[in-house]
Design a protein around this ligand. Structure first.
Ligand code: UGA
Length: 436
């Protein structure tokens, strides 16, 4: 008989996981405490932007396999329960806030049927899975717990869930592995590497992967700083080192650095956890990774001040991009929005454009000015800042935009625009990490 699944937490990760598991043929119940979110999802409306997930959600609801509820007792039917709630940075420090993970496991515990498996997918500090498993041994001794970290990227969520580059499962026994192999059978059949680990290793794989990615980005941004000081070009440098397969050319895009709901908070939580474990020194370098990352934002502000004036009150600055990356409406810890807000706080008249992120950005910074039409956003601007690399910005016509602005000054914070094209149209272009 086909397994029945529940997904606890229907945010970004949970909604994606629920729809994808349904598409593999499972009956899936998505549960969340947020009644509004559940109502939206039940109507087939996605509360956030993610390419391809909107249509998948609608088609899976139509099959009758995928339903959503706020009633936790509805999980009683399920055999496998995926915990997909958030683990944000705590308000009072660097550590991850485990409130939602603990509450989710406690909420489903009374309904867990004999032999069911709870599977954590949220990113958690190492040791959390064992702690939850110990608690479950008291509250629901007939159930088991495993950890199965998620590596999906926003913008590619469906693809990364259905065709991941690996599946990692942290299990305490063979039975848990067998159940997870049954869930992921269609994905395993594609040849996806399967890695069985113990619980702490599975938790560590996730934060180690995100720390490595963050390190790669900050490494190239550190090189950008040196290139600026030495008269070099970081884009050429990145291309040249990237040909070495041991280094690889991906995640070497220099610019204003990483943001979002994962990389920044994950490296901080990892440092906090290492300190608790007595391994503080091992992750000291991540503090520097964080600093380099934040410095990239400051460097853009420094360029604006150096070029326009220390006093920005008379200047109008158009910011292209508010989300932390393209193909997402996520503005959590967005470097673009942070820069916009800092320039606004410094007195500049800042107008922000974004193809998908205006509403979430406005919620976060209601005092910033937003414009849905890029041509209106750039009107009379003294500088344009390209801060999120949406495709539509690469398609802008520099000559036409040049007719609208007050001064043809462009800062490319993502090193993604065709510098020659803009220069040929009479623009002064400053690209991070490139001196000529
Ligand atoms: C990241 C990881 O890439 C996923 O594998 C992981 O599952 C996810 O976090 C998570 O923990 O849930 P995501 O936050 O969607 O995924 O974003 P990334 O594609 O990793 O980009 C993060 C940030 O780095 C963005 O702000 C992006 O603009 C920046 N970045 C990326 C660069 O500045 N340079 C690069 O070369 C690449």
């Amino acid at each position: 008989m086909t397994l029945k699944l529940s997904v606890v937490g229907t945010g970004y990760l949970g909604a994606t996981h629920a729809a994808c598991m349904s598409s593999l043929g499972f009956t899936v119940i998505g549960v969340d405490t947020d009644a509004q979110k559940i109502a939206q999802l039940s109507r087939g409306e996605l509360p956030f932007y993610e390419p391809g997930l909107d249509t998948l959600l609608v088609s899976e609801i139509k099959t009758g396999r995928l339903t959503f509820t706020t009633d936790f007792s509805a999980v009683a039917d399920a055999d496998v329960h995926f915990i997909c709630v958030g683990t944000p940075q705590s308000k009072d420090g660097l550590a991850a806030d485990l409130t939602y993970v603990k509450a989710s496991v406690a909420a489903i515990a009374p309904y867990l049927k004999n032999g069911s498996l709870v599977v954590g997918k949220s990113t958690v500090p190492v040791g959390t899975a064992q702690m939850l498993r110990d608690q479950l041994a008291i509250s629901a001794p007939h159930a088991d717990l495993a950890w199965n970290p998620e590596f999906l990227r926003e913008g590619f969520a469906v693809e990364d869930t259905l065709t991941p580059n690996r599946l990692v499962v942290g299990v305490a026994n063979d039975r848990a592995e067998t159940i997870l192999k049954e869930v992921y059978a269609p994905v395993i059949a594609l040849g996806t590497p399967w890695i069985r680990a113990d619980l702490p290793t599975a938790e560590l794989v996730k934060v180690a992967a995100n720390s490595f990615l963050a390190t790669k980005i900050s490494f190239i941004n550190a090189m950008a700083e040196v290139c600026e000081a030495a008269g070099g070009d970081v884009t050429v440098l990145a291309k040249a080192i990237g040909y070495d397969p041991r280094i690889g050319n991906r995640f070497l895009q220099a610019g204003i650095g990483f943001g979002g709901g994962c990389l920044p908070k994950d490296i901080r939580a990892f440092m906090a956890r290492a300190e608790e474990l007595g391994a503080k020194q091992a992750l000291e370098f991540l503090r520097e990774i964080d600093q380099i990352n934040l410095r990239a934002r400051q460097r853009v502000i420094d360029v604006v001040r150096a070029d326009l004036s220390e006093d920005l009150t008379k200047y109008r600055i158009a910011v292209l991009g508010a989300t932390f990356k393209p193909d997402s409406d996520d503005v959590r810890d967005s470097p673009a929005l942070d820069i916009a807000a800092q320039l606004h706080a410094a007195g500049a008249k800042v107008i922000v454009h974004d193809p998908k992120g205006i509403e979430p950005a406005r919620k976060r910074f209601p005092t910033l000015a937003f414009e849905e039409d890029v041509r209106v956003a750039v009107k009379d601007a003294d500088a344009i800042l390209h801060l999120t690399e949406w495709k539509e910005y690469r398609e802008l016509d520099p000559a036409a935009i040049g007719q609208l602005v007050k001064s043809k000054f462009l800062i490319d914070g993502r090193n993604m625009l065709d510098r020659d094209k803009w220069r040929n149209a009479g623009w002064r272009v400053h690209a991070l990490g490139r001196t000529d």
